[in-house]
Design a protein around this ligand. Structure first.
Ligand SMILES: Cc1cc2nc3c(=O)[nH]c(=O)nc-3n(C[C@H](O)[C@H](O)[C@H](O)COP(=O)(O)OP(=O)(O)OC[C@H]3O[C@@H](n4cnc5c(N)ncnc54)[C@H](O)[C@@H]3O)c2cc1C
Length: 405
């Protein structure tokens, strides 16, 4: 069993093989020269806190103790599917019976002249380099008002920087978040002093600032872009595997080659809860869940991957949580809790609950979104009136009360 990519997904997959009882050899190969670590803190604690050491998922001792051979700091350069071998940049070749590609994604680069000095955030090294530049008083231009850009903006504010966020879409976090939820976060950023510019594009980049398409120049000491991520599919493409917004896998996370699997940010997969719509998720929980599921499939399990998508984002004292796919919904029901928190439920044409999202302080939304996630996973069709009524405990809908089906 060979796993390429020592990130969240690859590390979890290697460990899951042992948990599933596999006693044969497991090798984990990663191009980063360090033990697998968590990425979510990179835009949060690693920028704000005092101790920017990586949050390790499992250190080399834990991997060794699990009998996992870990090759760090060595990129895999090719996959020879006929020979069932991978080639490493140092010239070594490794045979495999089953191979998992968990190569993640890379930040999308700004396609503009003058973008050389722009910072991106994906690795621990990126976070350290950025942290150095987020000095009190620094003028920070954030290109992109999505999750990474907004978390970065909040962290830069915490470090005493002056922040401008430039987002070309008419609102923040456009793709995945209901408009009202995005508005809560936009308001919080504005109250923190961030200059949030939506519906504004970049005309160019200067060493000293951002040229906006309005003709204005925003002076910046640091420019950082969070404009999405591109799945790492180069190895797969070279090996002739099918790629379709990420490595194309089936319900068991197998690629077009039955001995090669893919999971995490790098793959697109059919989701049974959403009519087998093909999706690609960039989320921590998905990387974990798919790593575990892929490991089981590689060992012969025949279980479709059906975990409910879930993600979170921390900005200031607020946490946003999303379960399911809000953009799959056709109607929305809002539960307005007495504490002011709104839980927004997305329903399909058939009344099925497809998504829930909410933002609140600390853990305020965790329990409700968790229950919603269970309801989504059970294909529940709760009565909209019950969903909306804060006097009806959401948990009661799990027992069928308030469900029309
Ligand atoms: C700054 C930041 C903040 C985030 N915050 C959140 C959050 O708050 N909530 C949330 O849900 N998600 C968050 N995420 C997303 C989450 O971290 C990712 O979805 C998750 O890390 C994906 O795991 P992965 O293993 O698929 O990919 P990665 O973690 O990217 O790991 C892939 C690994 O493969 C290696 N690799 C690639 N190609 C090769 C090769 N040819 N040979 C060898 N190794 C290779 C890469 O170097 C990398 O180490 C955040 C991501 C970032 C970058």
């Amino acid at each position: 069993m060979v796993v390429v990519g020592g990130g969240e997904c690859g590390a979890r997959a290697a460990l899951a093989m042992r948990a599933a009882g596999w006693t044969g050899p497991v090798t984990l190969v990663g191009e980063e020269a360090m033990a697998p670590y968590e990425r979510p803190p990179l835009s949060k604690a690693a920028l704000i806190g005092d101790a920017p050491s990586p949050a390790t998922i499992c250190d080399e001792t834990a991997l060794r103790d699990a009998g996992i051979s870990f090759l760090a700091g060595v990129p895999v350069t090719h996959v020879d599917r006929d020979a069932h071998e991978i080639g490493l940049a140092d010239g070594r070749r490794l045979g495999y019976e089953r191979l998992l590609l968990a190569t993640g994604a890379a930040p999308r680069r700004l396609p503009l002249p003058g973008a050389d000095g722009v910072r991106y955030l994906r690795t621990h090294a990126d976070a350290l380099a950025l942290r150095e530049r987020l000095r009190p008083g620094a003028r920070v231009g954030v290109v992109g008002g999505g999750f990474i850009g907004l978390e970065l903006a909040a962290s830069a504010v915490a470090r005493g920087c002056t922040v401008t966020v430039v987002e070309v879409a008419p609102r923040l976090m456009g793709r995945v978040v209901p408009v009202e939820v995005a508005a809560v976060l936009a308001d919080r950023h504005t109250r923190a002093g961030v200059d949030v510019r939506c519906g504004v594009g970049l005309a160019g980049l200067e060493p000293t600032g951002l040229d906006l398409d309005t003709g204005e120049t925003v002076p910046c000491d640091v420019v950082v872009a969070g404009i999405g991520a591109v799945p790492e599919t180069a190895l797969a493409e070279k090996a002739g595997l099918a790629v379709d917004d990420g490595l194309r896998v089936d319900a068991r996370l197998a690629t077009s080659d039955p001995d090669v699997f893919a999971a995490g940010d790098c793959c697109s997969f059919p989701h049974p809860l959403y009519d087998d719509r093909r999706i690609r998720l960039e989320s921590w929980r998905n990387a974990q869940d798919q790593g575990t599921a892929a490991a089981r499939s590689m060992l012969g399990a025949d279980e479709p991957f059906a975990a409910v998508p879930w993600m979170w984002s921390d900005q200031y004292e607020l946490t946003l949580q999303i379960a399911g796919l809000p953009d799959a919904a056709v109607t929305e029901v809002v539960r307005r809790r007495p504490d002011g928190v709104e839980i927004r439920f997305g329903l399909g044409e058939d009344g099925r609950l497809l998504a829930a999202s909410a933002v609140g302080e600390g853990n305020a939304v965790a329990r409700d979104v968790r229950v919603a996630e269970l309801l989504v996973g059970r294909r529940a069709t709760p009565a909209p009136a019950a969903l909306a009524d804060p006097a009806v405990p959401l948990k009661s809908l799990l027992r069928g009360a308030g469900c029309t089906a």
